[in-house]
Design a protein around this ligand. Sequence first.
Ligand SMILES: [Zn+2]
Length: 367
Amino acid sequence: MKGFLKLGKVAGIRLEVHWTFALLLIWAGFIEFRNSGNLERVAVNQGFILVLMACVVLHELGHALTARKFGIKTQRIILLPIGGVATLEKMPEKPGQELLVALAGPAVNVVIAIVLALIIPVKSYFNFDNILVEEMLYAPNLQNFLFYLFIANVMLVVFNLIPAFPMDGGRVLRALLAFRLSRVEATNIAASIGQALAVVFFILGFFVNPFLILIAFFIFFGARGENQMVKQNSLLQGHLVKEATLTNITVLRPDNNVQEVIDILLASTEKDFVVAQDKDILGIITQKDIIKNAKTPSILVRDIMDKTFTAVDESTEILKVLELVGKEKKSFFPVTRNSKLIGAIDMVNIGEFILFKSVSWNKIDNS
Ligand SMILES: [Zn+2]
């Protein structure tokens, strides 16, 4: 994805930060300097944000390493100004496992808060009267730094456990519902509650903290997207690639040139092509490849085709193809029977297949 800076790897998982995170640091530094005019305080403040982000990374690692226990890989952990995200390959479908993965993140912050509470006299901050505490907290010393970190971790736990799917609390809710209901129903309920809470966050954002507005968008569209995905996946369950294969496709020869392919592109609705010789697949060519090479119409298909294609057998489950789309960042796959080309499958056709399935399902529901 664009705009991310690679920081390195933790536990074998890529750690990346979005460039807007720098804006957060600059903004926080500016506010502190305007309020106190003290560079030392600005430095402490910036250090605090970085240490807090380290706590967020540990939180995401909590999710990622628990998911790893259930055989689910995490592609990367990304840091945004509004928090962290661990991009798990998928969420576990067993509610018990999802419950553990969702709880593992906040659990890390609970542990950090407990450790901090053991190091610093947290109680003393709540014993004095307000003015004294305010004076005490203003001093930029280590104890105050750790106290703020304690409060921040407690807030991370509380905030993340708000049942606003797809936030952690919402995932906990879905998992609990899924013990009783189907995954589709559980997701539908959790996503509706998540979207309602997103509206509340959005409104609160104008009065409390503008970051809530960003978070509201993240929740609203996240809930909608994941709800649709779960519905689609349940429609596709048990269906095979052969049911959604495009069999009426133009197969290119390796000695076709780009001009010939452009002519086919313009004369039909096909966008991506398989290159084959006697039903043996040699590569694929996408519309992007053609556009890139449109200036050299005489160049041959064999010189620009993508040889790192993945072919799928017609008896593969369509759901497996969707996993491939996520893993390989491709959306067009040649389809084979006994390793010989019989057609192709792409996201557009899978989308159409889902559409027809959902229409026929609704018919059954209404009758
Ligand atoms: Zn989390």
